[in-house]
Design a protein around this ligand. Structure first.
Ligand code: ATP
Ligand code: MG
Length: 365
């Protein structure tokens, strides 16, 4: 039996409620399955800790994250928790972990779940993954590339060959493992850029093409980011794996989530070559915190992604099986459409959805 140490950061707002459900599901499924042992260690990090103690991420928590085999996070940040210059303190946690652990790829699966109403008119099959470059691009400007004066404000986009190569390699490796795009089962990586306007994006595309040439078994394609948003709505079945610069990836992954049931279902992973952090794509939703109505599914699916990532890294089929059970159980609960939170049109609470997922998992174990 393989043992993994997991650092758990429940965070702020709805973070603790949804993390409680995700860890309950993880514990239950791995214990019943018997092939995986998880040692979960909770850490208090985020806006709440900053408000009480003036620090959002202590060195102790950071070290715990570095030493852990994986990190599971709820949601970090509260709108009122800001530094004097206006920056939200969630960056103290998210950006520090992303940059210092080199979690250079943001992986966001997008899939239409059978049984859930689609907001898309044609309701095409949707099953693709957005791979977002996580540590450079336009957002890198926050660490020194911005210049705000009386009349003009500028930001600097940073695209490196190494950074682009690393994230593109991840995208092609992922495509090689998947079953291809829904339209025709073809494995395909699509580069999303604005190469027709900015030379930095043309550079991104050039590096992408070099990487693509090394993966003859996977097709490649380019789409401008503006056209991308239309395709995501009108023909999402043309995508398998999509790779994009940081800000573009941020925007298209939120749009993607909206096309398949919203943020409450949107799982995400920030991974590098050594570390992985798994958290829902949504934030701490403070307006519904403490009411017991937050949808825990995005966090539960992120926990399943964590098991899958551990399975890949450690060649551990038991972890992959446990991940499959959790994903399947979530699919069962959504397809039955009896126990759903209000964001999906239901009347169930966070805990009830957790219990329904556990019951569905038991039927698969
Ligand atoms: P951040 O700045 O951290 O990205 P945000 O301001 O974009 O946060 P979120 O916290 O992601 O906002 O939430 C936006 C809205 O989406 C919330 O007000 C809430 O209504 C809804 N929402 C987000 N996550 C969930 C969830 N798990 N369950 C139900 N509703 C959710
Ligand atoms: Mg947001």
């Amino acid at each position: 039996m393989t043992e993994y140490r997991i650092a758990v950061l429940p965070g702020d707002g709805i973070g603790p409620e949804i993390t409680e459900v995700a860890t309950r599901v993880l514990r239950h499924v791995t214990t019943r399955h018997g092939g995986v042992a998880l040692h979960l260690t909770a850490h208090d990090a985020g806006a709440g800790r900053w408000q009480r103690e003036g620090v959002a991420l202590t060195d102790e928590t950071y070290d715990g994250c570095v030493r852990a085999d994986a990190i599971l996070m709820g949601a970090i940040g509260l709108p009122e928790a800001r530094h004097p210059d206006g920056r939200e303190v969630n960056g103290d946690v998210i950006f520090r972990l992303r940059f210092d652990l080199d979690l250079y790829a943001g992986i966001r699966p997008v899939r239409a779940w059978p049984g859930l109403a689609s907001p898309l008119a044609a309701a095409p099959p949707v099953d693709y993954v957005v791979v977002r470059e996580n540590v450079e691009g336009l957002y890198a400007s926050r660490t020194g590339g911005c210049n705000v004066r009386e009349e003009v404000a500028t930001d600097t986009i940073v695209i490196t060959a190494t950074g682009t190569r690393k994230v593109t390699e991840q995208a092609f490796r992922l495509a090689a493992k998947r079953g291809g795009r829904p339209r025709d089962g073809r494995s395909m990586v699509t580069c999303v850029d604005k190469a027709n306007v900015l030379s930095s994006y043309a550079f991104f595309r050039r590096v992408f093409d070099q990487v693509a040439a090394g993966h003859p078994g996977v097709a490649s394609d380019h789409v401008y980011v503006d056209a991308m948003t239309a395709y995501q709505v009108q023909q999402p079945d043309m995508f398998d794996v999509v790779v994009a610069e940081n800000m573009f990836g941020d925007i298209i992954s939120d749009l993607a989530a909206a096309t398949v049931g919203g943020l409450g279902l949107a799982a995400s992973a920030d991974v590098g070559d050594r570390h992985g952090l798994f958290q829902p794509a949504h934030g701490s939703a403070p307006t519904i915190a403490g009411k017991g109505v937050a949808n825990p599914v995005a966090t539960v699916l992120s926990a399943a992604m964590m098991l899958d990532w551990l399975a890949d890294r450690h060649g551990d089929p038991a972890a992959a099986e446990a991940a499959g059970v959790i994903e399947g159980a979530v699919g069962d609960v959504l397809a039955a459409a009896r126990v759903l939170t209000p964001d999906l049109g239901g009347a169930a609470g966070t805990d009830e959805v957790g219990e329904a997922i556990i019951a569905a998992a038991d039927r698969r174990l």
